[in-house]
Write a protein of this length. Sequence first.
Length: 119
Amino acid sequence: QVQLVESGGGLVQPGGSLRLSCTASGRTFSSYAMGWFRQAPGKEREFVAAINWSGSRTFYADSVKGRFTISRDNAKNTVYLQMNSLKPEDTAVYYCRPGHDVGRWYDSWGQGTQVTVSS
């Protein structure tokens, strides 16, 4: 089972930026699609962004399109989420998740990283 460690969260003002990282263990990272999900207090976990194994295809929730960018570095076993123009409604715990392909996710989660957007 792949181990996932998210980092990079924090407190940021509206309009600010953060870059999240998710580092995975194991030698098969480059074969996985990777996704970012988030869960706000009192809400269900929701899809944010995804990237295929090679990085050639990316997908975004409508709520973050144009503001967030997902990328990956297979040599470092890491997937990133660059978040710009942050809004208070982006406040959530952010999680990464591997999958056989985009939309075919494994039941594997990291511990998450808290993102708080507030003035």
